[in-house]
Design a protein around this ligand. Structure first.
Ligand code: C2E
Ligand code: MG
Ligand code: MG
Ligand code: MG
Length: 299
């Protein structure tokens, strides 16, 4: 018996080992491939932006959108940012990609304005590498000049962890960015380790409550408490607050009851290509009182 058991253990062990190495190899292979392809993706124009509406909790009006990048890969199809942003970051490619995102988002907002949809604020995510980019403010200034977008319609999303990693740098950079006239928000708020004392030192306009707290807001009293605390904290610092990842009517009702200003999530709309946003803005123009019926979109 002992012999058989040992044999089996070895066999299982070996299989595990093979399984382990082959999945490691697959990951390494995928990574190598994405790295190679990423280098050319910018020139080949393979990136696209989808836009997710940000909606006023009071009246369901679209106030702005968040620009979210996707990579239209020639053979892999639409690749989500979770799969390539980190790689682009490590390769230093996030700087040109980030500038492309900013330029494209600003142009799009201008296009909506020209087409008669009014002012549409557009939020763009900044990566850690951009946060330390020497000429970030100049780049943004140039893009605003080039596209003609009024600065207050551009919102830059920084994460809490980026800001806390170097508080002095953050304070200087944010002040510099603020002089451009743009809006600043803290993304994924609540997941990092902000010291509340720092919050008031930063010229922030908006807090975005991370979706991990919103998910169980109606069933988990701790999450509910965290969300209501963030809302009152934001308001006492005279910041607006937006809840991310709102998927249900019940979550929305809770947020409305507790005075959250804006929401963003699948309940209203997934991130969608620009023409589909125009659709929702049309309803805004017509001042549709009811929530527009937006069917599920593929991302
Ligand atoms: P984020 O900035 O926190 O963006 C919100 C993410 O949550 C998006 O995922 C969005 O599609 C997703 N989401 C929105 N509503 C819901 C909902 O109701 N339920 C659920 N489960 N998810 C929802 P996405 O587009 O895959 O982006 C993931 C992350 O990739 C972003 O998180 C952001 O950190 C990063 N990212 C996206 N675009 C860019 C970009 O242009 N530049 C940089 N540096 N990062 C980007
Ligand atoms: Mg925002
Ligand atoms: Mg974001
Ligand atoms: Mg977020």
């Amino acid at each position: 018996y002992a012999g058989i058991a040992m044999y089996r253990a070895k066999e299982t062990g070996r299989n595990n080992f093979q399984f382990y190495t082959s999945s490691m190899n697959e990951r390494a292979m995928e990574r190598l491939r994405l790295e190679g392809d990423l280098r050319n993706a910018v020139e080949r124009g393979e990136f696209v932006l989808h836009y997710q509406p940000q909606v006023s909790v009071d009246n369901n009006q679209v106030v702005g959108v968040e620009a979210l990048i996707r990579w239209q890969h020639p053979t892999l199809g639409l690749v989500s940012p979770a799969r390539f942003i980190q790689i682009a970051e490590e390769m230093g490619l996030i700087v040109p990609i980030g500038a492309w995102v900013m330029r494209t988002a600003c142009r799009q907002s201008m296009a909506w304005q020209r087409e008669g949809y009014g002012e549409v604020r557009v939020a763009v995510n900044l990566s850690a590498r951009q946060f330390y980019q020497q000429d970030l403010a100049t780049t943004i200034f140039d893009i605003l000049q080039e596209t003609g977008l009024p600065p207050h319609l551009l919102e830059l999303e920084l994460t809490e962890s980026m800001m806390m990693a170097d508080v002095e740098h953050a304070a200087l950079l944010l002040r510099k960015l603020k002089t451009l006239g743009v809006q600043l928000s803290i993304d994924d708020f609540g997941t990092g380790y902000s010291s509340l004392a720092y919050l008031k030192r930063f010229p922030i306009d908006l807090l975005k409550i991370d979706q991990s707290f919103v998910r169980d807001i109606t069933v988990d009293p701790d999450d509910a408490a965290i969300v209501t605390s963030i809302i009152s904290l934001a308001h006492s610092l005279r910041l607006d607050v937006i809840a991310e990842g709102v998927e249900t009517e019940a979550q929305l009702a809770y947020l409305r009851r507790h005075g959250c200003d804006y929401m963003q999530g699948y309940y209203f709309s997934r991130p969608v290509p620009a023409p589909e946003v125009a659709h929702m803005l049309t309803q805004r123009k017509e001042r549709a009182p009811a929530l527009p019926a937006v069917s599920g979109r593929t991302v």
